[in-house]
Design a protein around this ligand. Structure first.
Ligand code: DX5
Ligand code: ZN
Length: 234
């Protein structure tokens, strides 16, 4: 079986006045996950939504809710998001005093655990925790806002994390978040990502199915070109 290429629309670019319908629409259009960005105006200079809104969209979310916590401190919110229906909870190492403890806390609630690396966060943060993770989320923008430009220097970082995951032999998802669009999805897929977050690329323009298909098709084509040793076509 070929490995999937999951597309996770970020609700940050959705119409918040009609959030339930937006969730249903992107799922209908092929979304594999719902990416839910939580910002606190402390760890990042923006403020979004909390567990109450996660709970409100849960009945609409027939795919897993992928909660991305950009909050500091992080631990107190984890039981609340588990209760609110999160399937995956990811956090930034800079936002936790004890990374291993936070990972165990997420797992103790039966939720899959992810660690998020900002563009300048070194991969060494994965050294002693990768075997406890279900997901590594690589930021390809600095966190805080949708609609930013993809940072190209993250591409070799994706490749390096891909190698580490493959070496581990575990099924750890490799997700990329920020500025991903149909124009760079092939390179992101070629570098080894298997899960693409996209906010503005999905919600801008209103053609959700077309946008999601373009992201997935291009990312899969990039992966295929790389695995067939033909990166010239990426
Ligand atoms: C940024 C968020 C991203 C963002 C993605 O801090 O974590 O999920 O909303 O939006 P786009 O795809 O527009 O960069
Ligand atoms: Zn995010």
């Amino acid at each position: 079986m070929t490995a999937p290429m999951r597309i996770a629309p970020s609700l940050l670019s959705a119409d918040f006045a009609r959030l339930g319908a937006e969730v249903a629409a992107v799922i209908d259009a092929g979304a594999d996950l719902i990416h839910f960005d939580v910002m606190d105006n402390h760890y990042v200079p923006n403020l979004t939504v909390g567990p109450l809104v996660c709970e409100a969209i849960k009945p609409w979310a027939t795919v897993p809710i992928d909660v991305h916590l950009m909050v500091k401190p992080v631990d107190a919110l984890i039981p609340m998001f588990a209760q609110a229906g999160a399937s995956i909870i990811s956090f930034h190492p800079e936002a936790s005093e004890h990374i291993d403890r936070t990972v165990q806390l997420i797992r103790s609630h039966g939720v899959r655990a992810g660690l998020v690396l900002n563009p300048a966060t070194p991969l060494s943060v994965l050294d002693h925790v990768l075997d406890q993770l279900d997901l590594v989320l690589l930021m390809s923008v600095n966190p805080g806002f949708g609609g930013q430009r993809f940072i190209e220097s993250v591409l070799p970082k994706i490749e390096a994390v891909r190698r580490r995951i493959d070496t581990s032999g575990r099924d750890v998802w490799l997700e990329v978040d920020g500025g991903v669009n149909a124009g760079n999805a092939a390179r992101v897929g070629a570098a080894g990502a298997d899960t693409l977050v996209a906010g503005s690329a999905v919600f801008t323009g209103g053609h959700y199915a077309q946008s999601i298909s373009a992201l997935r098709d291009n990312a899969l084509a990039g992966r295929a070109a790389r695995t067939s040793g033909d990166p010239a076509h990426v």
